[in-house]
Design a protein around this ligand. Structure first.
Ligand code: GLC
Length: 801
């Protein structure tokens, strides 16, 4: 069943049925001020940390039919009574003649038609501003005149998001709403917890006269709170009661009488939900976006931002589905994951102190590197500043305080994750290759440890940080010579006893070393290069001697020497990452690599993507940890963990199989799920984190959309490995590994101050496996495209066979 379609021209996905199997969301604004809007107009809006400064009360666990955070009612006057409708279905669940939610770049536009009225609402946050705008247009599309009232509303939470749920005495006793009356009937409803009255307040206002308002939820719902959002009794009276809430559940509903609309007539009203410290100047603060022209301009600037952003790289391939993702939806998702980390989604509720994950953000920056390298490197600087002197890293940190935590690694478990500090080496290398800014390597960045005055005990250059990361892994190996697992590696949920070893971390170490060796060669540092080459050779030998299982690579050794991910195990016999990453690290030669990746295809591939492992653990096993808390087929326990799929694609390209790489790409492309939403359920315009595997009764069901490393890695796999557009130190390398049926493809990419128009096509006259590169018509001797940095467009023709 379909719930919507892609509109290429507008770069939108248009939802046409409000009853999607889960809520489908879109992000607006940034972590400074913003959140997500669901397809029926509910919204979770925060300013800064969602745990500490949350504005709307949005509870994802409530039924999808419930009001959540924000909404809009229209009221039609019929003789002596009112017909109360929600143009966006929730919460009155009114029958609609037409429903559309346009999931746009940085905005959502909702359209609802019912009873001869059309409501169109564009929801967005102007660039750099701290206010959510809802630009509402109501049109009479019926035959006769209609008398219409418009009632936008917000429900507030206490800013301390978790307290809202844990303390139902203190919270309601503190919540206060006050009205500010302005000339011409304009009103601002402000809201705050008492202690913040003179510090900062939330506000809700519009640019139309407000005849009455309500800020107490119990009064709005009526019958002492026994009314409902579906049938609010407060809307059956001509006017609200103008309650200025002194406690309790605070909300803001504004009554607008639009009067009689003649057929064809439209009214436009703009609401603002914001937060400000300029409490005494509220009328001035809100005046700007009461002006329609300012709102139009802000929307234009937002569109311009996205147009510029996306223009950095555009592709035209024989696959329309790939183009959809690579030109719009995947670049948008990497921007969102880079910005929001894992703070706030329908799945990550932003209630705790999780903060920024070292591992996740190190990977998120890879996806945005071609678009916003300087913003990416700003995040890399923060990450490096929570790396410890021994080279390991704090697992998470709060970006406001820069205080790090060890994640789930508790007292009696190893206190670090074995992989965190290695990922950031990949991020630094990607930045250097993208920008050529080698000065970054000499930048001094503190290590995490501080003295009593909170001054760092030591600082080191970026190069030194990376060298320490490598040294940490080199020194912390176990009985087989493989890196100690610590609390976990990339797979958070396999938590073995102290002394366990990780093949994955051995591979990530290898990939990081390869990056450093390449960098060291370019910098002309032979001593460093030979040290790192030595480390690399040593680990490669260990992995091949200790981890080859006969048909694939093993994934871990437990502390007692038991292999995990081996034919000798009953459950968890084979793990995908041990195969893809031994190829990515270059540890597996072409033959073993092929055998290992054939095992992935044979044992782990499904019609919905590649599973992380098989068979799933069937019952809780404290010696395996979190992985066995899931039923077989779910998440890390034999589920299709999407984040690991692009690594399979990359490994296939490294083995030269473009058909297989693309088949894996296409299989998990959300665009291709648009016809299978009844099984898949999640948004078809972003990657989810996981899909239930074939051991699970609901095989094919996707969850945890938006904030996942999948976004960044699939983008990397598709653009750098399948299309083969790889910025290098000396120039741009083009190494496509495409399906045999493709004749070629085109790419436009901005890089280091020049624009490249790349045209790749097959030339059967060339000897097999060769590439010829012509830059502005001239054959490039070494096959590398130079960096011109001349603000000009250069035409690059690449012939492959
Ligand atoms: C989640 C975590 C990520 C981890 C992955 C696998 O996506 O955010 O850090 O690597 O799960 O366990």
């Amino acid at each position: 069943m379909k719930f919507g379609y892609f509109d290429d021209h507008k770069k939108e996905y248009i939802i046409t049925n409000p009853k999607t199997p889960t809520r489908w969301i879109n992000y607006i604004g940034t972590l400074d001020f913003g959140g997500f809007v669901d397809h029926t107009g509910g919204a979770l809006i925060c300013r800064g940390d969602p745990a500490l400064n949350r504005i709307t009360k949005y509870i994802p666990q409530l039924p999808a039919s419930d009001f959540n955070g924000e909404g809009l009612y229209v009221r039609i006057k019929e003789k002596d009574q009112y017909r109360v409708l929600s143009p966006f279905y929730v919460p009155t669940l009114s029958a609609l003649d037409r429903f559309e939610t346009h999931v746009g770049l940085g905005y959502s536009k909702l359209i609802g038609e019912t009873n001869g009225l059309r409501c169109e609402v564009t929801i967005f946050i102007p660039q750099g501003e701290e206010v959510e705008l809802r630009d509402i247009r109501v049109t009479n599309i019926g035959e006769g005149p209609i008398e219409v009232d418009l009632i936008p509303l917000v429900e507030y939470t206490h800013p301390a998001a978790l307290k809202q749920f844990t303390n139902a005495d203190w919270i309601p006793q503190t919540m206060v709403s006050r009205i500010i009356e302005e000339p011409d009937g304009l009103k601002i409803l402000k809201q705050y917890p008492f202690m913040l009255r003179d510090v900062r307040v939330n506000y809700f206002t519009s640019n139309h006269p407000v005849s009455s308002y309500e800020s107490d939820r119990a009064v709005f719902l009526g019958a002492n709170g026994y009314g409902s959002f579906q049938h609010p009794l407060g809307l059956l009276e001509p006017e609200f009661k103008n309650t200025q809430a002194n406690r309790g559940d605070n909300m803001a509903a504004l009554m607008h009488h639009l009067g009689e609309l003649a057929p064809g007539e439209t009214r436009r009203i703009i609401t603002q939900l914001g937060q400000t410290e300029e409490i005494d100047r509220l009328p001035e603060v809100v005046s700007r976006f009461r002006d329609q022209a300012e709102v139009d301009q802000a929307f234009l600037s937002l569109s311009q931002f996205w147009e510029d952003y996306l223009s950095k790289m555009q592709v035209a391939t024989p696959s329309k589905d790939m183009d959809h993702m690579l030109n719009v939806h995947n670049p948008r998702q990497v921007y969102i994951t880079k910005n929001w980390s894992r703070y706030l989604s329908l799945y990550q509720l932003g209630l705790g102190d999780r903060g920024i994950g070292f591992r996740d953000s190190s990977q998120d920056v890879l996806g945005v590197m071609g678009f916003i390298p300087e913003e990416a490197v700003a995040l890399v600087r923060n990450l490096l500043s929570v790396q410890k002197r021994d080279g390991s890293a704090m697992h998470q940190y709060n970006p406001l305080t820069m205080v790090g935590t060890t994640g789930e690694a508790e007292e009696d478990t190893p206190q670090y994750y074995s992989d965190d500090h290695l990922w950031v080496i990949l991020s630094v290398a990607a930045y250097l290759k993208e920008t050529g800014n080698l000065a970054f390597l000499d930048e001094e960045i503190p290590f995490y440890e501080k003295d009593k005055e909170n001054n760092p005990l030591e600082t080191g250059t970026v190069l030194e940080h990376m060298a320490r990361g490598i040294a940490f892994t080199k020194q912390n190996v176990g009985a087989h010579g493989l890196p100690l697992l610590g609390f976990a590696d990339w797979n958070d949920t396999v938590n073995l006893r102290a002394g366990a070893e990780s093949v994955f971390t051995a591979c990530l170490y290898g990939v990081a070393l390869k990056e450093l060796i390449e960098l060291g060669r370019f910098l002309g540092k032979p001593d460093l290069v030979s040290t790192w080459e030595g480390y690399y050779r040593e680990m490669k030998a260990v992995v091949n001697q200790q981890a080859w299982d006969g048909e694939w690579y093993r994934r871990y050794y437990d502390s007692d020497g038991t292999p995990i991910g081996s034919a000798e195990n009953e459950h968890g016999k084979i793990f995908t990452n041990a195969q893809s990453w031994t190829v990515m690290a270059g540890y597996a030669g072409p033959q073993r690599g092929r055998v290992a990746m054939d095992a992935v295809k044979k044992y782990l591939d499904t019609e919905n993507g590649v599973k992380l492992s098989t068979p799933g653990y069937d019952g809780f096993d404290p010696l395996k940890g979190g992985v066995s808390t899931y039923p077989p087929g779910a998440k890390e326990n034999g589920g299709i963990f999407l984040h690991a799929n692009p690594w399979v694609m990359i490994a296939e390209t490294l083995l030269g199989d473009g058909d297989q790489a693309f088949a894996y790409y296409d299989k998990i492309n959300p665009v291709t799920k648009n016809d299978k939403i009844d099984i898949y359920e999640s948004e078809p315009y972003v990657y989810p984190q996981n899909i239930l595997g074939d051991e699970h009764p609901q095989f094919g069901l996707a969850r945890n959309s938006w904030l996942t490393g999948t976004a960044s890695w699939v983008y990397t796999a598709a653009t750098k490995h399948i299309l083969g557009i790889q910025p290098g130190y000396e120039g741009l390398h083009i190494k496509p590994c495409i399906p045999s049926s493709w004749e070629g493809f085109q790419v436009k990419r901005d890089l280091r101050g020049a624009e490249y128009e790349l045209l790749v096509r097959r030339n059967p006259a060339l000897p097999e496996n060769t590439t010829q590169v012509f830059v502005d018509g001239e054959l490039a001797a070494n096959g590398i495209v130079p960096y011109f940095g001349d603000a000009q467009t250069h035409r690059v023709e690449v012939e492959i066979n």
